[in-house]
Design a binder for this molecule. Structure first.
Ligand code: HEC
Length: 154
């Protein structure tokens, strides 16, 4: 009697395991789909305002050569962002436009006599890269803006 019971139990376990396996596969497919949707939502968010972590990578790859690895500037090359009143006072959208065009030494607004090249000399940077890097330089800026800054939280 006990033997039959155990065999019956084993059969039930085996059946359940088979069903469980089927369920797992279905769950995998679903989670794959939903992670794709989450990615879409993420990129929608980051295009509206830059992603600081991604911007740090753009900065290290393109801007650090002139502006210093920590954004504090390099004597005779790029200026510091940390104590830049310009970065504090200029909106993120305007900073993106600024970085796109740069500021040649011939520009009357140029303060160092050194070229700030368009896109930091890296034409492959996308608008999103620029928004990200601007968010990064805003995040390391230590000057309080003159009211123009709207969205930045302390
Ligand atoms: C080839 C060197 C060089 C590279 C690379 C470079 N910059 Fe510059 N940048 C400069 C110089 C020089 C200035 C100062 C221009 C002036 O005298 O007004 C400057 C100024 C700036 C300013 C204005 C700062 C202020 O206080 O007026 C911003 C913002 C800026 N750069 C952002 C960037 C970003 C973002 C990148 C990378 C995508 C970058 N730069 C890459 C040389 C560079």
């Amino acid at each position: 009697m006990r033997k039959y019971f155990i065999i019956l139990l084993l059969a039930i376990v085996a059946l359940t395991a088979a069903c469980g396996g089927g369920d797992d596969e279905a769950t995998d497919t679903t989670s794959g789909d939903s992670s794709t949707q989450a990615d879409g939502g993420d990129s929608g968010d980051s295009s509206s305002s830059g992603d600081v972590a991604a911007g740090e990578e753009v900065f290290a790859g393109t801007c650090a050569a002139c502006h210093g690895a920590d954004g504090t500037g390099v004597q005779g090359l790029g200026k510091s962002f940390v104590d830049s009143q310009f970065v504090a006072d200029t909106s993120e959208a305007d900073l993106v436009a600024f970085v796109k065009t740069g500021r040649p030494a011939s520009d009357p607004a140029n303060t160092t006599g050194v070229d700030m090249p368009p896109k930091g000399g890296n034409p492959s940077l996308s608008d999103e890269d620029l928004a990200d890097v601007v968010a990064y330089i805003k995040s390391i800026n230590d000057v309080s803006g003159s009211g123009e800054t709207t969205t930045s939280a302390p």
